[in-house]
Design a protein around this ligand. Structure first.
Ligand code: F0G
Length: 459
């Protein structure tokens, strides 16, 4: 079958509420045209994120009942630790309540003012966390990774020339780590090849720099390697993961993605001294090292989720459900990032709404229209998220890509829901000239897209 059917059946249902266009127009206006400020109950299909939105399996729900809520030494922690070690292969496992805490613990322990962290593309919270510590986050993805139409199989790869240049420019002493985000969320959910990981690892280690994975969607990345990289067709996802992580020194992980849970994360490292320092910080801000801000039952659900996510039938469905939506959109001429990534479709808002200049947030304009027209929530990954004033020149710097992300929660929506999304987008595309831009009324200093309030331009 071209698009495999859901390899599960539905045991519990959550009714969805339908609202009218008039109701949604009122709600989005009251929310300052910011979909983060909408009540989730007013949304029909929520594609805001694939993070923390997975449906857990019967096995995971059963695991919740096995929760051992001891303050110290819970059996669920040992199960969790042993599972993480067996998949990722790093020695020390530090639980956190989500991914950005793992990042924060790592960065606050390691980064100094003026340091530099190269990555393929930093995710927004990762970049903000680096910058918060007065270090510089630099993106070294290959040029094709920034071209929406380039059909390369591994558009998340790091450009080793850019990486070497960064090491030369700043010096290895100012680069406390090199990161690779698998899959590359901010660049279209594109995978990174093992060949590239091997090369980046060699460069990093040649200069004595640790390589750290941002591993949120590691299983999806492994599936793409199995599908696309020569020599891996007969390897299991677990074998590919094991090889991939063997080239690194640690990882930060948001288990809210490929952990198939609603909350949780971890940091895993080989460096024992660093792990000890971070563990001391963990006690200060998250909790004792055997729970790290989570309940025992949460750790159990993560341990079980991490095993399930390696299942190839699941991954085949998962990747193809996303791809299927992408193909329906392409058939209807909607401009999207190609090839389709793992967890989301990224619509090219510049191509969809060429009449709206970047300073008027074409991505956000499309996000607002998707909600208004069809009750679908997507998220802008463009100027609202990333445009900023250059500290030296005072000029506005706009991101290369102006995208709208439709992130697909894992095991939550059926292929009929995907059909609905495709039809809604075709209707909007047919009337796209009537869509207008926005300007900002309020913005915060960091991560402004979460709380900004906007108003329509010229209305
Ligand atoms: N790194 C990447 C690549 C991510 O995509 C995210 C979260 C994080 C780190 C932070 O993890 O949310 O558990 O603190 N991404 C979500 C998203 C929020 O919608 O893409 P977290």
């Amino acid at each position: 079958m071209k698009f495999p059917a859901e390899p599960f059946r539905i045991k519990v249902v959550e009714p969805l509420k339908k609202t009218t266009v008039e109701e949604r127009e009122k709600l989005i206006k009251e929310s300052g045209y910011n979909i983060f400020l909408l009540p989730a109950e007013s949304i029909f299909i929520d594609l805001l994120t694939d993070s923390g939105t997975s449906a857990m399996s019967d096995n995971q729900w059963a695991g919740l009942m096995k929760g051992d809520e001891s303050y110290a030494g819970s059996k669920n922690y040992y199960h969790f630790e042993q599972t993480v070690r067996s998949i990722f292969g790093f020695e020390h496992v530090i639980p956190t309540h989500q991914g950005r805490v793992a990042e924060n613990l790592l960065f606050s322990t390691v980064l100094k003012e003026g340091d530099v962290v190269p990555n393929n593309i930093h995710f927004d919270t990762t970049r903000a966390n680096v910058e918060y510590h007065k270090a510089r986050a630099i993106d070294c993805v290959i040029d094709e990774g920034l071209k929406v139409d380039s059909e390369l199989p591994f558009k998340g790869d790091i450009d080793v020339f850019k990486l070497k240049k960064a090491i030369q420019n700043y010096g290895p002493d100012r680069i406390p780590m090199i990161m690779i985000t698998i899959t590359n969320n901010s660049g279209g959910g594109q995978p990174v090849s093992l060949a590239n990981i091997r090369e980046v690892s060699a460069i990093a280690h040649e200069h004595g720099i640790p390589l750290i994975f941002d591993a949120c969607r590691f299983a999806e990345n492994c599936f793409f390697i199995k599908e696309r990289e020569e020599g891996y067709q007969n390897k299991s996802i677990a074998e590919i993961a094991r090889e991939m992580f063997s080239y690194g020194d640690g990882c930060t992980m948001s288990a809210k993605k490929d952990g198939l849970v609603n909350i949780g994360g971890f940091l895993s490292l080989n460096d024992g001294r660093l792990a000890q320092k971070i563990t001391n910080m963990l006690i200060l801000i998250e909790g004792f090292p055997t729970y790290g801000g989570l309940a025992g039952r949460d750790l159990e659900a993560i341990a079980r989720g991490l095993k399930e996510v390696l299942n190839e039938e699941y991954l085949e469905f998962r990747i193809n459900q996303t791809r299927n939506l992408g193909e329906m959109l392409m058939q209807n001429n909607i401009p999207i990032v190609k090839p389709v990534g793992g967890h989301a479709i990224y619509i090219d808002a510049k191509g969809f709404l060429p009449h709206i200049p970047q300073k008027e947030f074409p991505g956000q304009a499309l996000v607002v229209e998707l909600y208004r027209h069809a009750g679908i929530r997507a998220v802008e990954i463009g100027s609202l998220m990333f445009a900023h004033r250059d500290a030296e020149t005072g000029q506005m710097v706009y991101p290369e890509l102006e995208l709208v992300r439709l992130a697909i929660p894992r095991r939550v929506y059926t292929n009929a829901h995907m059909q609905y999304v495709s039809e809604a987008l075709s209707e909007i595309y047919a009337n796209r000239k009537s869509i207008y831009g926005f300007e900002i009324e309020y913005e915060a200093e960091f991560l402004r897209h979460f709380t900004a309030r906007l108003k329509p331009v010229n209305v």
